[in-house]
Each structure stands twice: as structure tokens, then as C-alpha cells.
Write a protein that binds this ligand. Structure first.
Ligand code: ADP
Ligand code: MG
Length: 333
């Protein structure tokens, strides 16, 4: 999938919300792109827009070489089979009046697949997500636990044999004890189906565990994009740095570093001039209010939109002025 200058605006009573502004990225076949950022930064809108569940107001989207941002309803109906989505709230995402076997076969029914084939396929995908058909086929969604419901949602997505899976905070609503199992399941089915995955989460550690590349978003803009190991080991954008510093470090001697991101997120109805992050950025200078930083490559496979990115010589401090708890430069040798 190749996305260029994606723009999504919502007209609301209070004005126009720029939910996503000028976002560009590639997801290579068989790879996982993680999207992270605080709530409201445009992650879900990006995920929905690239498979046309939300209407993009600008930009281009290519999938498998084909431009799909302008594709008509008929073409989209057939493309939808290739592009499936798993949502945060599994129980709410399942039709409460259908039995599990029918929920899973929903897309097949719409696609005109005969009954016997639908049943066989539903049984097969339920087994693949670790749900025994005998026990679960005739159960109603509200009788399922969160983890089981998310397995059903994953089975429903797989039933159509998709190429691309968008996972929007798929484990955020689950008990910690079932989060890891669900992540493992997604990794397993990704390998089995050779899926390309966009994985959205506000939890950085979850994204790191599953992603090849990662995109960090703030107020509808991309701040940083790159190889996940690089971005996590040597963040170049002060916002990425702040997010990493906000993660509780249970295993570290220092313990919890404290919230590194001060202040509130500005309103998306009237984002700050220049760099949108400048009102919370410990490194902001005059230029940041005047001109918007363009995305550029700071290292191989690492891109950043910042006038004053962090580098090895100047890894920055967190907002409390403390030095980084992570080595900004990876200890090479
Ligand atoms: P995230 O998933 O990162 O939390 P979203 O993509 O859901 O963020 O939202 C991005 C911004 O767009 C937020 O300011 C949100 O309030 C706004 N937004 C999302 N959906 C709509 C909508 N249907 N109408 C108006 N504003 C919306
Ligand atoms: Mg969201």
C-alpha cells in the first residue's frame, strides 16, 4: 500500500476538523506498519481512510498498484474482500443477533458463496483462531469473553482470505492476560495468510513487538517514520522521545520516569501554526511557529518532520530536563 498526502477533514458544527493532514507512507507486502500517537491524533481515521471506510478529502492511495482513492462503489465492494479490519471493541463489532458461525460467514454470504461452502470455511477459520467449532459455532456474541470475541472478529476478517489487515487497537480493550495471546494469534495468522498489516495502538510497547516500520502521529500529522528498531532506539523527533519517556519502565533501575509530555493537545479545529507539536515541545524555537517542518530522511530508513531533530550528539532531555534514560546512540561496539 502506498499512501501520499492523505487528507481527511470532517465538517462539524464547530468548524472543520483536520483529522489527518498530508500523511504519506508505504507498507510493503507481508510487512507490518505500526501507527502510534496519543488519542485523537488521527490513527483510526488514517486506518479507515486507507481502506475507504472514511472518505479521504485529498491525497492518493494505491493498493496492489491500483489507485483506490477514487474507486467507485462497485470496485470498492470487491476490493473490500482484500482489505479487512479488526476493531478495538470486539463485542461491539460483532452483530449481537447472529450466531458466531453466521458472524464469521457474513462476508461470504454477501459474496454469494453457497451455504455448504460457507459452513466449511467458517469451521476452518474458527479452528485457525483457536475456537472449537463444536463449542462456539452456535454461541451468541454477548456470551463470549473479550478475548474470544476478538478471535471471532479475526476469524471473520480471515474468512474472505484478505491481503491487508488493519488492526485498530485490537488488544487495548482486552485483559492484560489475554493481550499477549491475541498478539501471538495475529502474528500467527499474518504468517499463515502472508498478510500485510497496519497495526494501530497508543501503547508503544505493543506496536514495537509487532511492527517492521513505525509511524508516529501528532494532531493529524506524521512526525516520524522509519524502521521500528531505529525509531525506538534513536528517536529523532522530540515527540517520539516524549512518548518513549512516558512509558513506565518497570524493569529499569530508575523506575517510572514520569510523564514526559506536559500540557494538553491543542484543538484539531485550530492547530498551532508552523509545527503542530511546538506548544508542547521542549526544543521549540521561533522558527517552529513560523514554518512547518517538512519530512526528511535523518538516517537511512528514518524520516522526521522537525526543524531541530535529536541526533547522537544531542539526544535531548525530557521535559523535566533529565537526560534520556535510553542511550540515544545505540552502543554499536
Ligand atoms: P485516534 O484514533 O488517533 O484516537 P481519530 O482518528 O479517531 O484519532 O480522530 C482524529 C480526530 O478527528 C479527533 O480530533 C477526532 O475528534 C476527530 N474525528 C474523528 N472522527 C470524526 C467524525 N466522524 N466527525 C468529526 N470529527 C471526527
Ligand atoms: Mg482510534
Amino acid at each position: 500500500m502506498t499512501v501520499r498526502d492523505l487528507d481527511v477533514r470532517y465538517a462539524t458544527g464547530a468548524g472543520v476538523v483536520q483529522a489527518v493532514s498530508g500523511v504519506s507512507f508505504d507498507v510493503l507486502p507481508g510487512e507490518t506498519l505500526g501507527i502510534v500517537g496519543e488519542s485523537g491524533c488521527g490513527k483510526s481515521t488514517t486506518g479507515r481512510a486507507v481502506i475507504r471506510l472514511d472518505r479521504p478529502t485529498g491525497g492518493t492511495i494505491r493498493f496492489d498498484g491500483e489507485r483506490i482513492d477514487q474507486a467507485g462503489p462497485r470496485r470498492m465492494r470487491s476490493l473490500r474482500r482484500d482489505m479487512q479490519m479488526v476493531f478495538q471493541d470486539p463485542v461491539a463489532s460483532l452483530n449481537p443477533r447472529r450466531r458466531v458461525k453466521d458472524v464469521v460467514a457474513e462476508g461470504l454470504l454477501i459474496g454469494g458463496v453457497p451455504a455448504a461452502e460457507r459452513t466449511a470455511r467458517a469451521t476452518e477459520v474458527l479452528a485457525q483462531v483457536g475456537l472449537d467449532e463444536q463449542r462456539f459455532a452456535n454461541v451468541m456474541p454477548r456470551q463470549l469473553s473479550g478475548g474470544q470475541a476478538q478471535r471471532v472478529a479475526i476469524a471473520r476478517a480471515l474468512a474472505l482470505n484478505p491481503k491487508l489487515l488493519i488492526c485498530d487497537e485490537p488488544v487495548s480493550a482486552l485483559d492484560v492476560s489475554v493481550q499477549a495471546q491475541t498478539l501471538n494469534l495475529i502474528e500467527d495468522i499474518k504468517a499463515a495468510y502472508e498478510l500485510t498489516v497496519v497495526f494501530i495502538a497508543h501503547d508503544l510497547s505493543v506496536v514495537r513487538a509487532v511492527s517492521d516500520d513505525v509511524m508516529v502521529m501528532y494532531l493529524g500529522k506524521m512526525c516520524e517514520f522509519g524502521d521500528a528498531d531505529l525509531v525506538y532506539a534513536r528517536p529523532a523527533h522530540p515527540y517520539t522521545r516524549g512518548l518513549l519517556d512516558s512509558v513506565p519502565l518497570i524493569d529499569s533501575e530508575r523506575g517510572f520516569n514520569g510523564p514526559a509530555l506536559d500540557g494538553d493537545i491543542p484543538s484539531p479545529l485550530s492547530p498551532p501554526s508552523g509545527c503542530r507539536f511546538r506548544t508542547r515541545c521542549p526544543r521549540a524555537r521561533e522558527q517552529c511557529a513560523v514554518s512547518e517542518p517538512q519530512v526528511r530522511e535523518v538516517r537511512k530508513d528514518q524520516y522526521v518532520a522537525c526543524h531541530f531533530p535529536l541526533d547522537d550528539a544531542d539526544p535531548g532531555t525530557d521535559s523535566a530536563g533529565r537526560p534520556p534514560h535510553r542511550p540515544a546512540a545505540a552502543p554499536d561496539r
